[in-house]
Design a protein around this ligand. Sequence first.
Ligand code: SAH
Length: 353
Amino acid sequence: MSLKADLVARIAAQGPITVADYMLQALLHPQHGYYTTRDPLGAAGDFTTAPEISQMFGELVGLSLAQSWLDQGAPSPFVLAELGPGRGTLMADILRAVSGVPGFIEAAQIVLVEASPVLQERQRETLKQYDVTWVADIANLPQHPLWLVANEFFDALPVRQFQRAGNGWRERCIGVSEGALTFGLSPVGPQAALDYRLEDTEDGDLVELCNPARAIVARIGAQIATQGGAALIVDYGDWRSQGDTLQALQDHQPVDPLAAPGQADLTTHVDFEALAQAATPAQFARVTPQGVFLERLGITARAQALATKLDGAALNDHIAAHRRLTHPDEMGNLFKVLGLYPANAAPPPGLTP
Ligand code: SAH
């Protein structure tokens, strides 16, 4: 039975499900989930990401994390963690770039948080020269100072969607009509977690609530505040998100999110304000466009140094990759960096308080 048929049968029997339930099933169903059954990255997959575009992304992220570790007195041991590491490319680029920082790799316990068995296998292969452990849940990170990175992880977490109705909200749900999955709305009710959105919304406006993201960032923030460390969270989104941002990508093209659950990537924009608030008592750095972050860390000088070793098509690809990561019309502005760090410490380089 396909996941779609499975969901249609379940909804017909038990009633509509939330958007969050739908996303969770579509992405992580043990047999049919999008991430559980495939490696979706790269040109032959459905989408590509900054670390897959160029090694420069991971190198500069690595140098920012390592400098932050030095700034906080180079604690040993510490946890170097990544959430949703995909093919392991970002972590491999980080580790290569920081190999010249004395003591860093020796002090690091490398921990990856990954839900997909297929991608975990891929990460094991990419990182085979390092001592790496995996945990399924962030609650199982060792309690040491924590330097953490997450690129395009939070956009994959399930969101609930609510439409304003007077001073209450209707939840957007997924039901079945004539055998097909279709969106609908629940009856109106209060939503305490959305009281603050009564200030900036009107009747009919849609807002998203990502409870798993808040819970994960709360844990990271607590660990960084008490043990030391820093986090770099990179994703597309804005300080406060509004409207329906659920999108599905298949073969690099947008598709109907309900058309083929488990076959297309589903994402939403990240609400950075919600993450920054959840991180308290850790401090957050001003949310910074990816292009600005990478320029401050010296991506242009790094791109020029790499360019001296390239020619022909490889050089053209390299120039295009630099532009793609940084240019405001490409990923430079759409993607943002949220940095977390303890009180009485400096933010990771590339970010400002
Ligand atoms: N960071 C990588 C991959 C991004 S794709 C890159 O930039 O290339 C999203 C990643 O998050 C995948 O590795 C996916 O399997 C993982 N993932 C998605 N939901 C998850 C969850 N709830 N828990 C752990 N990992 C998850």
